[in-house]
Design a protein around this ligand. Sequence first.
Ligand code: ADP
Length: 492
Amino acid sequence: MSSDLSVRGLFVSSEARPFASSGGLGDVAQALPDALNAQGIRFERVMPLYRRVVEGQGTHGYTLERTPHTLAIPMGQDVFDADIWAANFNGVRTYFIGRDEYFDRSELYALPHRAYSDNFERFVFFQKAVVALIDGLGKPYDLIHLNDWQTGLIPLYLKNGINGTGRSASEKTVFTIHNIAYQGTASESSMYETNLPGTLRWYPELEFYGELNSLKAGIMLSDQCTTVSHRYADEIQTAEFGCGLEGVLQHLEPPVRGIVNGVDYATWNPETNPTLAANYSPRALAGKESCKKAVLQHYGLKYAKDIPVFSMISRMVDQKGFDLIAGAIEQIMELPIQFILLGSGQDIYQDMARKWAERWPDKCAIEIGFNSALSHQIEAGADFFFMPSKFEPCGLNQLYSLKYATIPIVSNVGGLADTVRDIRSTKDGTGFIMDAYTVENFIECVRAALSLFGDKKQLRETRKMGMKQDYSWNRAGEEYLALYEDLLQSVN
Ligand code: ADP
């Protein structure tokens, strides 16, 4: 990837690795600006200063510095200060919006049993502070890349200013939907917090059935809307997947564009990752068996060469198919398999998983929490990976699984459908795709996986085929670059 484009870009997101992350958005927010910067495009990043960002200094290879900027941010009748911090990581400068009462909390968005009730207010503050920072830095950006609902109001602030007194926006905006299920809605009474002039009726792009809808505003008011796979770009224009915004997307001009996320292969590489018990490659797969032994030992399960290990690493939320696994668990635990899980999220699923581990202590083990090193060790040590999501905008774990020779079992949606090919229907298959979102279908895939595990030659070929797939950021970065070029060259 290379470009003659001279762009100053700002990547705005509510999370980014290695600072603070809860899922795929955090991965993208790290990798995309990194990939673009490596090609000489000057991208910077901005996100909130969560407690985790402060605590992660040193251990995650960055140091925070207090910038001279303290920005006065109106919130209704009040004015609150935003302290601006910064860190350089991988050559990319990241700014952090600090305000303890909003961001100095144990989690980013939600406790296990409930989302923070002031999320809308927290991110209104964040978004105003981002626009104040853009002006305060005194170095105009050409392009602002926005992500998910937490940034959806920024086009309004770029135009109206954070006090509602007007601002001439010269920046082009790209808005990427990473998950349409989270929309950042609030009741009409929250309009006062936005400091936008006028009533909600003045903003048809923000208004949705009498409420404020941040995602809708981002989709409609940015210059180009994108999402993270081709299939998801189609799906969100249907009632089944659009979460109410399908009509908005059907009439969007220019239409929403799908760009499949990339993988940061510098981190996600079994040949080099230092946290693994052994490294391995398509030519020398033996190390994978050592990783299997190591991860089973970590989980307190007994290793047996002829027992396949199925695995899952996931946010434990409705989207990820835990209802399906719950429906199938009795039957799959009768099969000669082991199952290891790493995740955190809703109480209901955490409790459910704890019960599985209690009931089948020799076959099933779980760890509740967010653990990046362990996620690599699971990807390396497992034979198969479950991702039976109800919907999946892109999904990253199936891409990591491919690279780590861990065969994914996925539902037929979104980025999973874009990136996995079913072994049963094509010679160059890389995984198993459920025909339908049913317990029966899921169990059928597990059985098919078991029989593949018994066929060592095909197993090896399938693993190698997976490892050969290239979902690097070079490809995705090039697509974003082309999109930025088009936008910056367009007159409007
Ligand atoms: P989503 O963004 O919906 O959570 P993705 O598959 O796109 O799903 O991305 C999930 C990312 O978060 C992956 O990098 C995955 O490894 C990571 N992840 C999710 N849960 C955990 C966890 N408990 N511990 C470590 N990493 C996790």
